[in-house]
Design a protein around this ligand. Structure first.
Ligand SMILES: [Mg+2]
Length: 273
């Protein structure tokens, strides 16, 4: 892979690339949001996934985190280590997928790094902004709030091109008491939100994507829907349960306790107790 050729190509997309650092003016009245995510061959994707999809999904993970905070993405940094099996064509396709999603959401590539490794490793950083003091957090869920999801669930098997829920996230400012994106499965992510807020959650009805099972909706990852709590009667999406007092992080489904398992990157398969 020819680094100078790729850098020259990327520079055509972004005048921020070329110096040792990108220079970005800090906006008045905003808080800055930063998030970083790995996308690793063998952990997050396999070689049969088209390179454009690898690029799309790598950036999606970061954009979805910005959405979960009620923010607007502005810039991204992309570091890519290319494996011997993935050549110039693969690398071009990777950036094409990534930059396609970036331009849909007015997110400018501000820099990155390019190297080699025995497997493909991507690290992206997304920088976004949110109205000062208004970012959605995981810590604000209170007993009596209802639990909501921004869309039907079913996990990665059932979504070809998941989208970051940026418009919904912005609408939830002032409505949601807590919010996060569902990346590792509804039950594990709700467990994390309830733990952060010091409350328990009771799930009732879960809206399913076409052909998805309830198991997939609860435990598969990569839905990229927003999971939030609110005391308001109406919100975008579906109401799936309520927040109750109880052991922090405890999740019940139709009255029975659930083990908070899902996609955990530190376990080779999935179970956490
Ligand atoms: Mg997240």
């Amino acid at each position: 892979v020819n680094e100078d050729r790729i850098t020259a190509r990327l520079r055509r997309h972004s005048p921020l690339i070329g110096d040792d650092c990108a220079i970005i003016k800090a906006p008045a009245g905003k808080d800055l949001l930063f998030t970083t995510d790995f996308t690793i061959e063998g952990v997050h994707f396999t070689r049969d996934l088209p390179a454009t999809q690898v690029g799309h999904r790598a950036l999606l993970r970061g954009l979805s985190d910005i959405a979960a905070m009620g923010g607007t993405p502005k810039y991204c940094l992309v570091s890519l280590a290319v494996a011997p099996w993935a050549g110039e064509r693969w690398t071009d396709d990777f950036y094409r997928g990534l930059l396609g999603l970036a331009s849909q959401h007015k997110t400018q590539l501000a820099g990155g790094d390019l190297s080699h490794a025995s497997q493909v490793v991507v690290d992206i950083v997304v920088y976004g902004v949110v109205q000062a003091g208004k970012a959605l957090r995981r810590t604000g869920a209170r007993p009596g709030d209802r639990i909501w999801v921004s869309g039907a669930l079913g996990g990665w098997h059932h979504q070809l091109n998941p989208k970051p829920q940026l418009a919904v996230g912005r609408k939830l400012i002032g409505r949601a008491t807590a919010c996060m994106d569902i990346t590792d499965g509804l039950v594990l992510d709700l467990h994390r939100l309830c733990l952060a807020s010091g409350v328990s959650g009771e799930l009732e009805d879960i809206p399913l994507l076409k052909n998805a099972t309830i198991e997939q909706a609860m435990f598969d990852g990569e839905d990229y829907a927003l999971l939030f709590t609110s005391s308001k009667r109406t919100n975008p999406g579906f109401c799936i349960g309520s927040i109750v007092e109880g052991k922090p992080g405890r999740i019940l489904y139709q009255g029975k306790p659930l083990v908070p398992r899902g996609y955990d990157h530190f376990q080779s398969n999935s179970s956490v107790d």
